[in-house]
Ligand binder design. Structure first.
Ligand SMILES: *Cc1c(COP(=O)(O)O)cnc(C)c1O
Length: 237
């Protein structure tokens, strides 16, 4: 189906608004706006609308389910994909085929599996991964605890086909700015500590529609924004 121009225009306007908010937050923190990457989280958004998104310059997409990404990706040429949801080991192969970055590695076992598959499917090209950290030990969230993070980052250091680009977290479900900030500052502090002794890249993936500006003020280099670009989701995701 042809891409609808009104969709493209609306998405371009959305993207510009978000980029302006990113730039303003970066400026408040004395940071460069180029140091913050926008991943547009496109879960539940149909492939047709994502083609309009790509036409509007929204080319870096985040999905939280491997299967959903696999079903849409062939219909969205020009997009690149990040996995932002939990990865089951039986979907690791499909994930390596589809995603540029797996943001949700939470165990050495999973990392080693991705490492073996990456060696086979993309020899000589490391797969970028982030380690997901459950900063607040929220039982509803995935990720390693801050106290286990060092062991996982160290274990992944032995995976020659992975590049551990940094850490990722999901903020607290609260409107209290002080609490939102504490989670993001916690991830940043942890990354600084780990980098003193371990090979860990510079990325901090943190911040979503309701809290990305605070995350940027606290050092986010990747923000994952869904609803503020695409609108409220119909189906739960
Ligand atoms: C859905 C999702 C997002 C985007 O959330 P919005 O509130 O729509 O911006 C970001 N990160 C993860 C891990 C998600 O699952």
């Amino acid at each position: 189906m042809a891409t609808q121009q009104p969709d493209v225009d609306a998405l371009r306007a959305s993207r510009e608004r978000i980029l302006e908010r990113i730039a303003a937050a970066a400026a408040r923190a004395g940071r460069r706006t180029e140091d913050v990457m926008l991943v547009a989280v496109s879960k539940t958004v149909a492939a047709e609308r994502l083609r309009a998104a790509v036409a509007a310059g929204i080319t870096l997409l985040g999905e939280n389910r491997v299967q959903e990404a696999a079903s849409k990706a062939p219909d969205v040429p020009g997009a690149r994909w990040h996995l932002v949801g939990p990865l089951q080991s039986n979907k690791a192969r499909r994930a390596v085929e589809l995603f540029d970055v797996v943001q949700t590695v939470d165990s050495v076992d999973l990392g080693q599996r991705l490492d073996r598959i990456a060696a086979e499917l993309r020899p000589g090209r490391r797969l970028d991964v982030l380690v997901q950290v459950n900063v607040d030990l929220d039982p509803h969230k995935a990720g390693v605890s801050t106290s286990d993070a060092a062991a996982v980052v160290e274990g992944l250091g032995g995976c020659a086909n992975l590049a551990v680009r940094g850490l990722m977290t999901v903020g607290r479900l609260t409107t209290e700015e002080r609490e939102q900030r504490a989670t993001f500052a916690g991830l940043r502090t942890l990354a600084d500590e780990l980098r003193a002794t371990l090979a860990l890249g510079p990325e901090l993936s943190m911040g979503m529609s309701d809290d990305f500006e605070i995350a940027i003020e606290e050092g986010a280099t990747i923000v994952r924004v869904g609803r503020a670009i695409f609108g409220e989701r119909q189906a739960p995701a």
